[in-house]
Design a protein around this ligand. Structure first.
Ligand SMILES: C[S@@+](CC[C@H](N)C(=O)[O-])C[C@H]1O[C@@H](n2cnc3c(N)ncnc32)[C@H](O)[C@@H]1O
Ligand code: SF4
Length: 354
């Protein structure tokens, strides 16, 4: 069983109006105090016996905005297994060869780039600051520094994105020969500026048209779908993603970070100010927790495993497979897997199966 660490960096240069992550674009002045608190929290955990980790994921926010040396010092505190995957999420416009070299020296071996689209007017519609050229330059830098693997994050279904725009984005992204791609349908997150502007909400039919186009293009480029929204050249699947989907244990560090230990889930206080204050006064940063019972764990397992290529174990299904799911799911050995059509309806199918 793998064990992972998640490190949260809550800063962005400009907040995208579709994003609901715990991140701020007006708190850069907290960076020093935050990185100090993060160092302290990780150090305390290591000193009190934190197990060696099989994967580290530094997410945000925009981790590539903070001083890479400070981030490297935090990463260096964690004891790592030999095969440990260490990923840092980066915005294409903050990636430089010198930044990546510092990461590499700190043991980072995988970069995840927030690309979203390769079409300028779609990026503008999403409120992104970077241009497609930044992505090309960032990938060149990733190759030059010699990372083992990298990921491109794409979003489909933004307002004003035609099918041809999406095809163009996919072609340009694939031309960069990424070993891993995540493609998420734009979701309307409650409380975001996008949520208030109904004229820019994504259309379900449009997203349903775009998903199979992406899947077919990725598969013909050798990227295998291993979870509904994730494709990889075999051997480049994200260890950290797999750990979450397999309900394995992980420890989150930083504000708003979530942790899991054998069915107990807990999450840290949301704001960086409160987090810094609590760490400084040597108090717990835990905000709240929940413990899942065996049935809840099973339901969640079905939901997560069904999204994966291997599918959900038939033995986990409380009532078998209802006949109306014909064509949407398939039995393979002792597992049930989604068909390509089924992948578009994963949430509804999970509800029917439980
Ligand atoms: C926390 S962001 C980190 C990467 C980096 N900050 C960036 O955006 O370039 C991780 C990914 O979440 C995805 N994401 C965020 N909000 C989303 C939304 N409302 N719908 C779909 N994907 C979203 C984006 O693809 C983004 O790259
Ligand atoms: S999508 Fe990325 S850059 Fe945009 S606000 Fe969210 S975390 Fe920041």
């Amino acid at each position: 069983m793998d064990f992972g660490a998640y490190i949260h960096i809550p800063f962005c240069s400009k907040r995208c109006d579709y994003c609901a992550f715990a991140t701020w674009d007006d708190k850069a002045d907290l960076e020093n105090a935050y990185m100090h608190a993060l160092h302290t929290e990780v150090n305390r955990a290591v000193e009190t016996g934190l197990a060696p980790v099989d994967s580290i994921f530094v997410g945000g926010g925009t981790p590539s905005l903070v001083n890479p040396h400070r981030l490297g010092e935090v990463i260096a505190l964690l004891k790592k297994t030999e095969q440990c995957e260490v990923t840092v999420e980066c915005n294409p416009d903050t990636v430089t060869v010198s930044l990546l070299q510092v990461y590499r020296q700190a043991g980072v071996n995988r970069i995840s780039l927030g690309v979203q689209s390769m079409v300028p007017h779609v990026l503008v519609g999403l409120g992104r600051e970077h241009q497609p050229e930044n992505v090309v330059r960032a990938v060149e830098a990733i190759r030059e520094v010699g990372f083992r693997s990298f990921n491109l994050d794409l979003i489909y279904g933004a307002h004003g994105e035609s099918l041809d725009d999406w095809r163009e984005s996919l072609q340009l992204a694939l031309a960069l020969q990424p070993p891993h791609i995540s493609a998420y349908g734009l979701t309307v997150e409650p409380g975001t500026p996008l949520a208030k502007d109904t004229t820019r909400h994504p259309d379900d039919d449009d997203q349903a048209d775009k998903y199979p186009i992406a899947d077919a293009m990725f598969e013909s480029a050798g990227l295998q779908n291993y979870e509904i929204s994730n494709w990889a050249i075999p051997g480049h699947e994200s260890r950290h993603n797999r750990l979450y989907w397999a309900q394995e244990n992980y420890r989150g560090f930083g504000c708003a970070a979530h942790s899991h230990q054998s069915g107990r889930r807990w999450w840290n206080v949301r704001t960086p100010e409160r987090y810094i204050e609590l760490v400084t006064s040597e108090m717990s940063v835990e905000n709240s927790s929940e413990t899942l019972d065996a049935n809840q764990m099973r339901d969640e397992r079905v939901q997560l495993t069904l999204r994966r290529r291997e599918g959900a174990a038939l033995s986990d299904l409380p009532h078998g497979i209802p006949p109306e799911l014909d064509g949407l799911v398939q039995v393979r050995g002792d597992h049930v897997v989604l068909t390509r059509e089924g992948r578009l309806l994963a949430n509804e199918i999970t509800i029917r199966l439980l």
